[in-house]
Every structure is written in C-alpha cells, then in structure tokens.
Design a protein around this ligand. Structure first.
Ligand code: LLP
Length: 418
C-alpha cells in the first residue's frame, strides 16, 4: 500500500486555492530533493552513477536547476529541451540527448553543448557525419531488443516500437563508430514505462551486461557506460507499492559483481534517465468544482481540463483524487470527474467512488509531477495554468498562468505575403 499524502495541510491548500485561484499544479521541492538523494545513495556503490532526469517529465527550469544542484544530469529529446537544460546549468557529460526522428539542427546543437548523442537508428550515423563532418568523440546507441523483451503499454512492445537499433544492427553500428574515430562508447535502452516490477528493470540491466560483453568480443569496443533508460514506475493507485531504489540497486549490484566485476570487464558506469519516479509523486493538480450534474451518469465538472493533465484521457491512467475537507467522509457516491473541453474523454476519473461532492469543493489530483503540466496543450483555446513550488522557506510561483496574449503571440495580426 502507498499512502496518498498531500504536500501541505488540507486547510493550507484550501486557503492557497482562495488566494491564488484555481487550477494550478504544485510541486514539493522538499520531497523531490529527499527522493533524488535517496536514488543517489542507493546507487552510491556504482562509481560515476548518474540519473539524467528526463526533462520531458517536468520541463520547468526551477525543477531542473534543483536537480542539477544535486548532481543529476538531464535527458533531452529535442532542441528546446537542450536549451532548457543549458539554462538550468547542466553541461556536457551531464546531458544525454536521447531523441528519435532527429532533426539536423538538433544533432548540431547537442554537439555544440557536448551532450552525449544517443543515436536511435543505424542510418543516423550518416546523418551525424553529414551534419558535424565527423562523429563526436563520444557516442551512444539506443538498443531495441525486439522479441527478447515484452515492453508494456505506454512504451510499446519492442517489436512494434519505433525506437532503437535492432539486435543485428548493434554490432555493425559500434564497429562503424570505432572506424570513424569515436573514443568513448555508451549503450542505452528503454524498454519499460511506468514499470512497478523491479525485476523487469533488473532484467534490463542483465540484458545490457550481456550485451557489453558481446560488443567487446565482436566489435572490439569497450562500453564505458550503460543507460538503463527511464521507466521506473510510481504507485498511482493507493494499493500499489513503490519500487525501492535500495532493493533495485542491490539486485543490480549483485548482477554487476557476477557479470562485470568478477569476469574482469573493467570499468562500467551505470546510469538511468528516469523522470517519473523522481518528481511524479510530488506534484498535485489543484482544481475547483464548478458544477455537479446529474445526466445519465453523475458528473463533477472542474475548472481544470485534460489540457492540464491528459494521462487519464490518453492512457486511461488512474490518478488518485482527494476532496479537501472531506478526507474522513465515506466514498459513497460515484462520479465521472470531467474538464470543460468539447471532448468526451476529457475526464480525470470515470466511475470513481468519492464522498458527496458540492459546487465549490476543491479537489487535489495526485501524482501530476511528471508528464502532467508537460503534456498540456491549447485545444479549445484553453490557457495553460500556473505552477508553484513548496520549499523549506516558503511557496514560490515558478510559472504564471498563460494569458490570451501569450496564446495569440504567434498569430500574425497582419498577414504576411510569402
Ligand atoms: N528516456 C527516454 C528516451 C524516454 O522516452 C522517456 C519517456 C524517459 C527517459 C523518461 O521516462 P520516465 O522515467 O519518466 O517514465 N507521457 C507518458 C510517458 C511517456 C514516456 C516517454 N518516454 C506518461 O504520461 O506516462
């Protein structure tokens, strides 16, 4: 069981909602820091261990700077994410560029930042050479194991997935990179998303430990660092259990001893690029009930919409909901909790048992600290909402509400002939 806790007293969140207006996302910096430190401590046995925080999960500069100050790296997937990482203070070795279907200017800028370019397809070797005139001194390849692994709903079955080099392409890729003068080699994979079974992640480590040997033997290349990708899950449902960084780390350590250390592989650093398990549980979407409607079902209409959090609509994901001030009441009513988009899947919950809800109630939607605000969009001209950060010395606004002027600023008032 995982406890669904609030970041502040219920009454404090109620008065914040009155003061600030709803909806908004609020993140708990204290909990993020503690959790990030826990991951570092758990893997302290692994020399050079690093988690490149997946910027896509929570691309706010204040969060990124916080993680940078703790020694985390940044995993970027686009040029704007690289710019964010740069602005937040990450540099060279601490930036992993794990993109796919990559544009030339993205390769060029990643190289300018001296980020580790994680190549997603064998044909991209030529793209990088064409753009940079050579391969960079350090290079990573993203491995897709195909039938060897099963994948899961969000990331997809490896055989169906658009990512990574096939099993039969990985050795030729390293051979070619070596011929082209690459000096430092990395190996990456990402075969899970929101995975709560730690053994699945451990199996990914086993797969890469095997593969580094194969690459050494068949391509004559020593991989210096493996990246196990993101994908460590979080308990969105109260009945689910959190993955323990310590238990996961211990299992990976045991494999490392047997498959790497004892066999004399030499130095091999371990990295992840987790986003969700770092910030996910420490973000909350606070929203106010506008209407309670009784149609063929009972609907609670709130002032947030799927433009603020699209995971339930997109993946049918569960996000826990707390009705502030009614924590002790029985969950004896059944509601669909909806936003105001003209999209019938604009729902935060379907057939959810909750206490009796009234107009004006404040709901807290849990676990929005990763892939929450980040996935927002402007359909129905919905404006995106503010983000706040709770820290030891107070609460800070770290993004203001979007305004109509923000929304129309790319629309030309005077049309331009082209
Ligand atoms: N690295 C790569 C290359 C990725 O594609 C992703 C996520 C991550 C790292 C971070 O994964 P995390 O540790 O945050 O699970 N929007 C979806 C998740 C999509 C995952 C895409 N890639 C969601 O809301 O669940």
């Amino acid at each position: 069981m995982s406890e669904k806790r609030l970041p502040l007293e219920s009454s404090t969140i109620l008065s914040l909602s009155n003061k600030l207006g709803t909806p908004f996302h609020i993140y708990d910096a204290r909990a993020i820091r503690k959790n990030a430190e826990e991951m570092k401590n758990a893997f302290s046995w692994a020399d050079g261990f690093i988690n490149y925080f997946a910027v896509k999960a929570l691309p706010n500069i204040h969060i990124l700077s916080l993680l940078s100050s703790l020694g985390f790296g940044a995993d970027c997937s686009s040029l704007p994410e690289l710019l964010l990482a740069k602005e937040a203070g990450f540099s060279d070795e601490k930036i992993m560029f794990s993109s796919n279907d990559t544009a030339d200017d993205e390769f060029a800028f990643a190289n300018e930042l001296q980020a580790i370019i994680n190549i997603d397809d064998i044909t991209h070797i030529d793209d990088v050479i064409r753009v940079l005139g050579r391969l960079p001194e350090k290079i990573s390849f993203r491995y897709n194991p195909g039938k060897e692994r099963t994948g899961n709903v969000i990331i997809g079955n490896p055989v169906e997935a658009k990512y990574g080099l096939r099993n039969d392409q990985i050795i030729p890729a390293y051979k070619r990179a070596k011929e082209k003068g690459v000096k430092h080699f990395y190996l990456h994979t990402m075969v899970a998303s929101n995975e709560l079974n730690e053994d699945y992640i451990v199996e990914t480590a086993r797969m890469l430990f095997d593969l580094v040997w194969k690459i050494k033997k068949e391509a004559g290349v020593h991989i210096e660092q493996i990246d196990l990708g993101g994908g460590i899950g979080i308990p969105y449902r109260p009945e689910e259990e959190k993955i323990s960084f310590y238990s996961l780390s211990e299992k990976i350590h045991s494999l490392y001893r047997n498959m790497i250390e004892k066999c004399g592989y030499g130095r091999l650093r371990i990295s992840f690029e987790c986003g969700r398990c770092i910030t996910g549980p420490y973000g909350f979407l606070v929203t106010k009930v506008r209407h309670v409607a009784n149609k063929y079902k009972n609907f609670v209409g709130v002032d947030a919409s799927m433009a603020d959090l699209m995971r339930p609509a997109l993946y049918g994901s569960y996000h826990h909901i707390t009705v502030l001030g009614k924590e002790d009441k029985a969950n004896d009513h059944i509601y669909d909790v909806t936003g105001s988009l003209c999209e019938n899947n604009d729902k935060f919950a379907i057939d959810r048992k909750l206490p009796k809800i009234e107009k004006g109630d404040i709901l807290v939607i849990h676990d929005t600290g990763a892939h929450g605000h980040a996935m927002g969009f402007n359909y129905n001209a919905k404006l995106r909402h503010a983000e706040y950060l709770i820290d030891d010395d107070g609460i800070y606004r770290i993004r203001r509400d979007e305004t109509y002027e923000d929304y129309v600023r790319t629309m030309l008032r005077e049309k331009e002939r082209i």
